[in-house]
Design a binder for this molecule. Structure first.
Ligand code: ZN
Length: 410
């Protein structure tokens, strides 16, 4: 991609409403654009990262046996009345009317829709277990939507739902889902605290949040360095857990954290409310046991920036970086232009993901933009480097730059 042609440019200053580092950097570097409070456009650079995170999540959901599908954003009111959540869900639903004055929710989550599917498609224990997921637009009617992508009113979420004939099968899947989630966060470069939490308005006796320690995080998590136990502060207070780890009696520390994902054991809450039953081996009709598992993609992207940045800009982990190489030509001499064009074309042809800064800007502007955007490797071509038939390569997370012979690179 030629930077001169890229839609969305770096900004000199962050939007004045931006407080979180991730909000400032993602806006300044040209990844996102705010349309209204809590509503964002992903510009091409930002969407590349979104897609990479999606694909990592997709591969781990496929590995769990999840089948990808897509449910509707518009959800009829009657389904939500069956579970009693039309009025009770928090934050409240975004509600819209069609031209016949019929009410619909813009889906914040899909338990009702998928339980309706399950009750019509799952008849027997032979149809179980079953799990399905989607990566789809969700709507949350938040009271406040500050913090950039950390708390938005519209966002893409991966939501997986699982259906089981018995508790044992559910528990095995639940354990695997936690391992799958841990892999996802590791693959995007993050360490998480797997923290016990209350089910809130989604429900469930056992739920775990995947919490990323960061000063900007709105959640407080108590955790044990010794054994890895973690619990959300609110839930710890409910359960009267003090400053000692209930698992190993070590001391509990606390941290602010960003909740980047959550898994819920739903039991039969939705299947009982909506009559989603199956006929078991013994010929008896039983409610299906369910779990649900969510990750907000934009929030995860913001959490990555909260963890990986410095004073100059973002430092993307390789697996989610928008490009692998940021190629910068310095100086307007014919030899530099010719050589950097050649490197760009050959690297791209080999399948390299290259952002080529081919603009007629000063070296200072180009190098500052490269640091702000945060591609893992910067390649500089200048008259000086060409004297040695080389490019100067610098890792975004390293200090020293190295001259490398072009012949060894292409
Ligand atoms: Zn412990």
């Amino acid at each position: 991609m030629r930077y001169s042609k890229l839609f969305g440019k770096t900004l000199r200053t962050a939007p004045k409403e931006a407080e979180a580092v991730s909000h400032k950097l993602l806006a300044k570097a040209g990844f996102i654009d705010q349309l209204a409070a809590g509503i964002y456009t992903f510009l091409p650079l930002g969407w590349r990262i979104h897609r990479k995170i999606e694909n990592i999540i997709r591969s781990e959901m496929d590995a769990l046996g999840g089948q990808e599908f897509s449910m509707s954003v518009l959800q009829p009111k009657n389904l939500w009345e069956e579970t009693g959540r039309w009025k009770s869900i928090d934050p409240p639903l975004f509600v819209t009317l069609d031209r016949h004055e019929k009410e619909y929710a813009l889906g914040p989550t899909h338990e009702e829709v998928i339980t309706d599917l399950a009750r019509r498609y799952i008849k027997s224990y032979k149809d179980l277990p079953f799990s399905a997921y989607q990566i789809q637009d969700k709507f949350r009617n938040e009271l406040r939507s500050t913090g950039g992508l950390l708390r938005t009113r519209e966002f893409f979420m991966k939501d997986l739902y699982s259906f089981h004939a018995d508790e044992k099968d559910f528990k095995e899947f639940f354990k695997k889902s936690i391992e799958g989630y841990t892999k996802i966060f590791n693959r995007v470069g993050l360490k998480t605290l797997v923290s016990q939490a209350s089910g809130g308005s989604i429900g469930g006796d056992i739920t775990y949040e995947f919490q990323i320690p960061a000063p900007v995080g709105e959640d407080i998590v108590f955790f044990c360095e010794a054994c890895g136990y973690a619990i959300n502060r609110q839930f710890a207070e409910e359960k009267k857990i003090g400053d000692k780890c209930p698992e190993c009696k070590g001391n509990l520390d606390q941290t602010n954290a960003i909740e980047a994902g959550q898994v819920f054991s739903l039991g039969t809450k939705y299947s009982k409310a909506m009559g989603a039953n199956f006929v078991d081996r013994d010929g008896k009709e039983k409610p299906i046991i369910m779990g649900c598992y969510g990750i907000g993609i934009g929030r995860l992207m913001a959490a990555i920036v909260e963890v990986f940045h410095d004073a100059q800009g973002i430092i993307w982990p390789e697996n989610v970086a928008p490009f692998a190489v940021h190629l910068v030509s310095i100086g307007a001499s014919k030899s530099v232009t010719k050589k950097s064009e050649e490197i760009y074309k050959r690297l791209t042809k080999k399948g390299g993901e290259v952002l080529f800064d081919d603009r007629e800007e000063s070296p200072g502007v180009k190098l500052a933009d490269a640091d702000l955007i945060g591609v893992p490797e910067r390649w500089v071509v200048s008259e000086n480097t060409l004297k040695k038939d080389s490019v100067e390569i610098k890792k975004r997370d390293g200090k020293a730059a190295k001259l490398i012979k072009i012949s060894t690179l292409l």
